[in-house]
Design a protein around this ligand. Structure first.
Ligand SMILES: Cc1cc2nc3c(=O)[nH]c(=O)nc-3n(C[C@H](O)[C@H](O)[C@H](O)COP(=O)(O)O)c2cc1C
Length: 192
């Protein structure tokens, strides 16, 4: 199996991290991988914000303050899963560092969409490179990306939108791979 395919198959979303510092040179390496993602016209419309300490804590608090009311009341979350999810919501499993990936917003809606696509490709590169470095990641989406408090903590410009918050650190779990839907249901072959 090729190295890239191996990383693609074996990377998992990690939701429990060791209380262990991540060397800055490893962070720089995964950022380098992210920065080599493809982009429309090679515009490279992504930016990265790397946070630790109080910045990580503050963003986690934004999420937890929302999640503590949302999780117990969400009809699709089984009751037995609520305590574990609330624990995770406290600090995304305790990753010491977050990498926040943003894309630029343009007047042209298509350009903005393509900036989002490119930044998403950067995140995937980042997560795969982190796996190769022995680091775990999880792509956090949803409410916390758009909360005004998050934007303030991260000192975002008006023309920046968050694509993902990526906690990164040494994994303290080895999750089973969530199943994938068979390709038979996903692929239409035309002209073969
Ligand atoms: C756009 C996007 C948003 C996601 N949001 C969250 C999230 O808010 N919280 C979380 O724990 N995982 C989140 N995930 C991770 C998915 O749950 C995970 O990728 C999926 O269950 C498959 O598991 P795997 O990554 O281990 O293969 C997100 C993934 C993507 C691509």
């Amino acid at each position: 199996m090729g190295q890239v395919f191996d990383a693609i198959l074996h990377r998992r979303s990690i939701r429990k991290y060791k209380n262990q510092e991540v060397p800055q040179d490893k962070i720089k390496k995964v950022l380098e991988a992210a920065n080599w993602a493809p982009s429309n016209g090679n515009s490279q419309p992504w930016r990265f914000i790397v946070t630790k300490g109080e910045y990580v804590d503050k963003v986690c608090n934004v999420f937890y303050n929302w999640a503590k009311d949302y999780i117990p009341n969400a009809p699709y979350i089984p009751e037995e899963k609520v305590p574990g999810m609330l624990k995770y919501a406290e600090n995304f499993g305790g990753a010491p560092v977050h990498i926040i990936v943003t894309h630029e917003i343009f007047e042209d809606e298509i350009k903005t969409q393509e900036a989002l696509m490119a930044a998403s490709a950067a995140i995937q590169n980042l997560c795969l490179a982190a796996w190769e470095e022995g680091l775990g990641t999880v792509w956090i989406g949803g409410y916390v990306l758009h909360a005004e408090d998050t934007r303030e903590i991260l000192q975002l410009n008006e023309n920046q939108e968050i694509v993902g918050i990526i906690p990164i650190g040494y994994p303290d779990e080895n999750p089973v791979a969530p199943e994938r839907i068979d390709l038979v249901q996903k692929v239409k072959w035309l002209g073969f």
